[in-house]
Design a protein around this ligand. Sequence first.
Ligand code: NAP
Length: 277
Amino acid sequence: MKTFAVFGNPIKHSLSPIIHKLFAEQTGILQKYKRIYVPLNNFYEKFSDFIKSGGNGANITIPFKKKAYKLCNIYTRRAKYSGVVNTIKIMKSKEILGDNTDGIGLLKDLKNLKFINPKSKILLIGAGGAAQGIIYPLIKFGCSITIINRTYKNAKNIIKYFNNIKNLNCIKLEYFSKNLFNQLKYHLIINATSSSIKGNIPNIPSLIIKPNIFYYDLFYNISITPFLRWCRIYGAKKISDGIGMLIEQAAYSFYLWHGIMPNTKIIIKKFKKNYLY
Ligand SMILES: NC(=O)c1ccc[n+]([C@@H]2O[C@H](COP(=O)([O-])OP(=O)(O)OC[C@H]3O[C@@H](n4cnc5c(N)ncnc54)[C@H](OP(=O)(O)O)[C@@H]3O)[C@@H](O)[C@H]2O)c1
């Protein structure tokens, strides 16, 4: 039986093993899938142990997606463009193939939710591995993106990585004013920070909240996420957490490993029924 795992820190909250179990049941494929907790400085060692013990592929989550990119020696086109890897497949030749399914998974969920169209103007909060991974498919779809991040330098590095392409820019948190925000007229605001993991919200003024804007939190939880709760308190009407993205990106990983695409609609429905809001 093939063995897969999700690597991260923290990792306890990850629903990936449950989702992959449902995919395996749905498609009749036998696979093992486990969580692997990785101490912050031990990613390469842990990964190499996994390969030596016969691991066939992996998902990589917070905060190792940029490191994962470095350990691969071949890439899918979308991984190459984004510079971060969330899915790895060990090839028969033993080469390590890196893919990024976050962006395509998010885009699919945003389309399902009708939160996006090719002209959408997006404010992206956060500049970590997930933020970097979702930019290319969204820009390719036609959207424009402004990044805002706690550490400005990290947002600037992403702009540099994408070679100052059209439709992608960043602004400093301290320049963010009501006038500027009203001028920019965003349709969709995405929280791609990991602040929710510790129950926090990013340090962003509540002036970004309006009833006609869509709010999407990449994070997911068994109840409403701290960011979405805050959005709701200030009057947001159209909100979603990242559970749909999680399932869609997992399906693209499953497809890379097994060549079969699970039916995500059924699984998203199952998960959403268990949510409190
Ligand atoms: N739904 C899904 O399928 C899916 C997929 C991927 C990721 N995610 C979620 O996306 C989030 C980010 O993951 P990642 O891999 O990008 O993590 P990461 O590489 O560690 O990046 C973390 C980002 O969050 C920011 N941040 C952390 N704590 C903050 C705080 N208290 N206030 C403001 N900003 C803060 C960091 O800002 P600095 O640059 O200032 O450090 C950085 O921009 C996680 O919650 C993860 O679970 C969900």
